[in-house]
Unconditional design. Sequence first.
Lengths: 509, 429
Amino acid sequence: MQLTLWTYEGPPHIGAMRVATAMRDLHYVLHAPQGDTYADLLFTMIERRGARPPVTYTTFEARDLGSDTAELFKSATREAYERFSPQAMIVGASCTAELLQDDPGGLARALNLPCPVIPLELPAYQKKENWGAAETFYRLVRSLAGARCERPQRTRKLCNILGPTALGFRCRDDVREVEKLLDGLGVEINVVAPLGASTQDLTRLGAADFNVSLYPEIAHTAAQWLERAHGQPCTRTIPIGVGATRDFLAEVARLAGIDPAPASQSEESRLPWYSRSVDSTYLTGKRVFIFGDATHAIAALRIARDELGFAIAGVGTYSREFAREMREAAARYDVEALITDDYLEVEAKVAELQPELVLGTQMERHIAKRLGVPCAVISAPTHVQDFPARYAPQMGFEGANVIFDTWVHPLMMGLEEHLLAMFRDDVEFHDAAAPSHLGGKQMLQNPSASVVASDIVLSWAADAEQELKKVPFFVRGKARRNTEKFAAENGLAIITVETLYDAKAHFAR
Amino acid sequence: MNALSPFPAPLGGACDAPVIRQERGQREVFCGLTGIVWLHRKIQDAFFLVVGSRTCAHLLQSAAGVMIFAEPRFATAILEDRDLAGVADIDDELDAVVDRLLTRRPEIKLLFLVGSCPSEVIKIDLSRAAARQSRIHAPRVRILSYSGSGVETTFTQGEDACLAALVPTLPEEAPNAPPSLLVVGALADVVEDQFARLFDALGIASVRFLPMRRAANLPSVGPNTSFLLAQPFLADTARALEERGARHIEAPFPLGVEGATLWLQAAARAFGVSEARFHAAIEAPRVRAAQALTHYREALAGKRIFLFPDSQLEPVLARFLSREMGMRIIEIGTPYLHRRHMASELSLLPPDTPIVEGQHVDRQLDRCRAAKPDLVLCGLGLANPLEAEGFTTKWSIELLFSPIQGFDQAGDLAELFARPLRRRVRLEA
């Protein structure tokens, strides 16, 4: 039993949903109690998708437990096929249904539906979201990619891009950026999956000469299988940061048997020059703490130290499946990796290390906020803010530009920091003041007992003042102004609770 | 206008009562755990520990995590393989988690162990665990239990289960206690204070609220207690109070001018308040509430609305929207309809209003699309997809997170429905 305030990953069936929602013409039937449909809002609200995820839930209740939940699963599956006419289906159980042991795979097979039905075994009490996504993608690839076929020799090599899903951290923009990089090298793209792929596309995976894995947490298992079964080698470098992007181009060129030089020279990032420009001197040796999924945390180590000149105070990941890779990377940067999915442990580590900048997930943003440390978000779990309207990849040369801005902006500007050191007791610059551009200045409360509006002196009755405090702070100022305006217009000298509400009704719009 | 009269005549008789139909299929609703999102803020020194799976933790975080920035007063004790396989002793594990929690949050006075789908299915006896831990942590912390599982509770029924668990712990009122009023159902603090002032103006001396804001302020209860339900989803709590001898004052729910008037009037009559005093007390807020509503009537009158099931507030909202705002109701979905508590509401609904209890979300979406409503009330999973199809929606969870009850919130309630329509017009202009 694990005490959890926040969790870095959802249960494994959420991972399966991320794959299903990313794809076209695939439908997921999930044996789950009512309430598990909350998962839809991750996609419709956080990612702002304009369509429901392609998921049918059996939503069983107590009365079904007494009768026949297996029959409920069968009818839900049959109905889902008839309504949505998918080209393939995946079926499985959420945590509660796993306890019922209804065997969704067997039940679905017995229906003899005229499309491939792929059963998923996602142990909810052992595994988590990313593992669920990886397993689901692997099962889909394995079931649909077919047998190995002979690939013709071509002048322009063909590759697949594997790993981007729905609800993934910046997946949408990373794919575009990586497509641009590959195009610059003269490599053609066969299939991008799961994001945007149809089930038909998965049957064509074997036509590619090699694979590009963008997110090992999700693509690794499928990529390994494709390597074995279809003889497709796979990239290892994740193109996050300038150095890593150059290495990625070199690796792809090697796999494709071409010259990487034209691509790495044609377009470059502004990061190296911005980092060398004298204004960035203040970044030197700033102590950063890094935490996220393994892919993003490992990439951040290299950027932080080698490209921005920070010092690594600590690093860690919640991706237990990639603990070995994380530890090896940390050792190269002379730190010990924290491998945990316990938010409280991460919080304790940040408090202990007292870094000057935290690069983390939305959870670390909470931690940093409480400890008063600036923070930039580098990894899932995601939040509505991690789906910006603008183009904001993490990968490739444009990704490096985005990273420079995102990581540097939470810090104090160079000159501001100097002035702070010089004039410590300045009313706005004192120790407790946050950087001015973060809006962190403490506003002095102005408990004006009476104000002059027009010709009348208005005063607030104590209970009205008390009542005003119940108005949410972000509209309280407006409520106060409106009430005073209303009182002045009506010639009232004392503002009572009644005046407050009369004014509220008067200004209601 | 009839709706503005303090004593509107009920419209429907038995012959043209709303048509209630039941439907079964996929339900697109939250489970009862979701109530924790507002209950943990209402009772300021209470903590909610869900005994469940990673899914439960993920639900609470997704439903609430994006909105709440302070450390929440809820957490999940996540069951793992070793708990299920019997390798670990569930009692020992749970005791250790509770110890760790109470050490971290010494200000907590009341702890709820909240059951979930997995804990119900594997039959973890949380009431026994709560009794055992109460003995360990008394008198500093009281520990109670209830189930918010999706197999037993839908969304707001979680609050019902929580309050019903509190009822047996309420102190017994003195045998010769004067008549007192208990208002049941979580309300925003500001709404509670307004109602307290109104009851005071009516001369009802002893008024208490459940849930209370502090764990120590338990209202006493007994045969001299009468209670008013402030929310329509409190069937089990009402039954538990009746078992303690308290008397239920039947009334519509306090949404809109009419609802607030009838609700207060039911209390006034039960406490023998004269009609004159009643009118004097409510006249000013009633008039200004009516005035506030006029701002929105133009936007809403004649518009057609389709209500998806969510909180059980749907029939009450439909009554307000049709009678006070002049909206036309296409369909009222509700996860569950308590016939007795809802009787006075149903009698106020326009005749032949279709009410659907339960849900088959795909068929309901078919009906909604076919009806082409001007406004759709629905949950977060459906709102953006419907907007993308060109519908205007109002997300229903906001009705639980906003102060909407009582006279001085009637305008705010109308505003919640008018804003999406106004926004659409603006963006199209």
